[in-house]
Design a protein around this ligand. Structure first.
Ligand SMILES: NC(=O)c1ccc[n+]([C@@H]2O[C@H](COP(=O)([O-])OP(=O)(O)OC[C@H]3O[C@@H](n4cnc5c(N)ncnc54)[C@H](O)[C@@H]3O)[C@@H](O)[C@H]2O)c1
Length: 281
């Protein structure tokens, strides 16, 4: 199977790695050589640091890197069987990429989007009707090389055969797909943000500190990371954006807590080098 990923950012780079580790030939594209150089350097250090200690021998992991060919020329994707779009979370950016892929990819090529919040059926509207049966969402989780889950989201027009083929490919690269309806937030983000919102409310009400609530989730619920540590990794800013979308879709139960909004406005959203809930920057 010949794969490709468009967008060599945090997610796309590791999606390319996962396919290469399973022996697939992968094209990785981005807008600039610099972005691609950064992506390949990141993969090199990822392999040296950790992946080699997991399911794959270091040599295999190093060989996998040679299966990833970076290119800025999207036309080179014409012979691919599966192309995964992982560009910025913007409807315009994604629609533009999908339209270009639709024009240049072979008629049998399956197109997948890694969107976390845009409806798959809305993205499908940027494709010609003939391609829509071959389009679906594949929602990976960060860090992609370690998180086994992928939500598969068929749109209104997606063929069963497409869902089954993509599920088989994902299982073949060591992922565990679950099929989810095309609803706002899909399934995992709905469950996650219900927890995050309640965790912030507990802090607002003075029930417990962020550190103790993180401890409670790790040691009482068996979560590998507490909600506040997690918000600091993904950033509270991104959490607020997702909660605004969920609030729009589902109403009161996903209203973002006032404290989360205040902290984001105050620049306390976490991320690289910025203060968050669990550290001072
Ligand atoms: N970050 C997460 O934890 C996470 C989790 C699940 C899904 N997602 C989704 O994955 C997608 C990518 O997120 P990310 O965090 O990797 O973003 P990112 O900003 O790290 O990377 C996006 C990359 O896309 C490139 N790009 C933009 N327009 C392009 C184009 N026209 N052609 C080729 N490349 C282009 C950019 O140069 C950049 O390198 C988004 O839709 C996001 O919502 C992110």
């Amino acid at each position: 199977m010949k794969a490709a990923v468009v967008g060599a950012g945090l997610m796309g780079t590791e999606i390319a790695l996962v396919f290469a580790l399973a022996g697939h030939d992968v094209l990785l594209t981005d807008l600039s050589e610099e972005a691609l150089d950064r992506a390949m350097a990141r993969l090199g250090s990822l392999i040296e640091k950790g992946i080699s200690r997991q399911a794959y021998a270091a040599n295999t992991a190093r060989e996998a890197l040679t299966l990833i060919r970076p290119t800025t020329k999207i036309v080179e994707l014409a012979d691919r069987d599966l192309v995964t779009e992982a560009v910025f979370e913007s409807l315009d950016a994604k629609a533009g990429v999908l339209k270009a892929l639709d024009d240049l990819c072979a008629p049998h090529c399956i197109l997948a989007s890694n969107t976390s919040t845009l409806p798959i059926s809305t993205l499908a509207a940027s494709l010609r009707p003939g391609r829509r049966p071959l389009f679906l969402g594949t929602h990976y989780f960060s860090p992609v090389s370690r998180m086994q889950l992928v939500e598969i989201i068929p749109g209104f027009a997606t063929d069963r055969a497409t869902v089954e083929q993509v599920a088989a490919w994902l299982e073949g690269v060591g992922k565990q797909p679950v099929e989810i309806k095309d609803v706002a937030g899909f399934a995992v983000n709905r469950m996650l943000h219900a927890l995050l919102i309640e965790a912030v409310r507990l802090v607002e009400e003075g029930v417990a500190t962020p550190a103790d609530l993180d401890t409670a989730c790790r040691l009482g619920l068996g979560h590998p990371i507490g909600p506040f540590a997690m918000m600091d990794v993904v950033t509270s800013d991104l959490c607020l954006q997702v909660q605004d979308i969920l609030h729009d879709a589902y109403g009161e139960r996903f209203r973002p807590p006032a404290l989360l909004k205040q902290r984001v406005a105050a620049g306390l959203g976490g991320g690289k080098g910025r203060p968050g809930w669990t550290r001072n920057g």
